[in-house]
Design a protein. Structure first.
Length: 289
């Protein structure tokens, strides 16, 4: 048994070394940089937690944090609802299943940058096909000047691009539920809503929590949708945390505060993920009790 464990550790060692090289070491380097004042061509100077205080006392940081909070929650929970609805539809009998399946998965085959630029062209107020169509029915949009419309469009693009991921996770979870449970519920006279509430939803909770964790972490670092669409404008009112970090590091050349921003993002996402992991652990532990 001991030899087997050593053999298993030897096989896993390359993966651990890779994770150490590409995640742990860079993370520690960024943390060290967050404790220093650093810019182009200047040696880092240790300043302790001053960079964190600078970031936390910046009104633009809190504006970008609020934008991130709103957009992430809209994107994640709208995706969950849409993905669950589509998954339930595909578990049942749906016509042209293969064609519809390909259409749903298609956005995931498109580069994020290409997808955002395509949406930007389609939504251009002057010549965009979607924007002109909406204008014809009296819905005039000017997302480049309206922060609310800009963030709404960012949310729509993010949902469109990442919905296939959410759909696949929930669809696989639904297929894993034993059909015998539904047959027993049907024999007992349970209706569609009762079956969903008492069988499908409780058994789907672990998959839902995993999906929420993945999407919250991924959405929290949203960058390309905002940067390519609005660049944080107008007047930095559509900035999210990733764009705020980019502006500080590469526009202002302040690597110390940018690194502090990055670590604040990491701690925030870890806090949210830990909450959902705890809920999932409690759910699973309760199921085995």
């Amino acid at each position: 048994m001991k030899a087997l464990n050593l053999s298993a550790l030897g096989l896993l060692a390359p993966v651990h070394l890779l994770l150490l090289a590409v995640i742990a070491v860079p993370s520690l380097a960024v943390f060290w940089l967050s404790l220093n004042a650093s810019t182009y061509g200047v040696s880092p100077e240790f300043v302790g937690l001053a960079n964190y205080w600078t970031v936390l006392s910046d009104s633009y940081f809190w504006r970008s944090a609020l934008n991130t909070f709103v957009v992430v929650n809209v994107v994640v929970y709208a995706e969950i609802l849409l993905g669950l609805g589509l998954a339930l539809l595909f578990v049942g009998k749906v016509p042209c299943r293969n064609l519809l399946f390909a259409i749903i998965l298609m956005p995931y085959a498109v580069s994020e940058v290409v997808g955002v630029l395509a949406w930007k062209i389609l939504m251009n107020p002057s010549y965009g096909a979607i924007s002109r169509t909406l204008a014809e029915i009296g819905l005039s949009l000017n997302w480049s000047a309206s922060p609310t419309q800009g963030l709404a469009l960012v949310s729509i693009i993010s949902i469109w691009h990442h919905l296939p991921f959410t759909f696949l996770l929930l669809y696989a979870a639904l297929l894993a539920i034993p059909r015998s449970l539904y047959e027993a519920a049907s024999i007992d006279g349970a209706g569609t809503l009762q079956t969903f509430v008492r069988i499908t939803l409780p058994l789907l909770v672990p998959a839902l929590l995993i999906t929420v964790i993945f999407r919250l972490v991924f959405a929290f670092r949203m960058f390309s949708e905002v940067w390519l669409l609005t660049k944080g404008g107008p007047a930095r009112l559509t900035e999210v945390l990733a764009v705020y970090l980019y502006q500080g590091a590469f526009r202002n050349g302040d690597f110390g505060t940018a690194s502090a921003t990055g670590w604040l993002m990491v701690l925030s996402s870890l806090g949210v993920a830990s909450f959902y992991l705890y809920q999932m652990h409690r759910r699973i532990a309760g199921g085995h009790a």
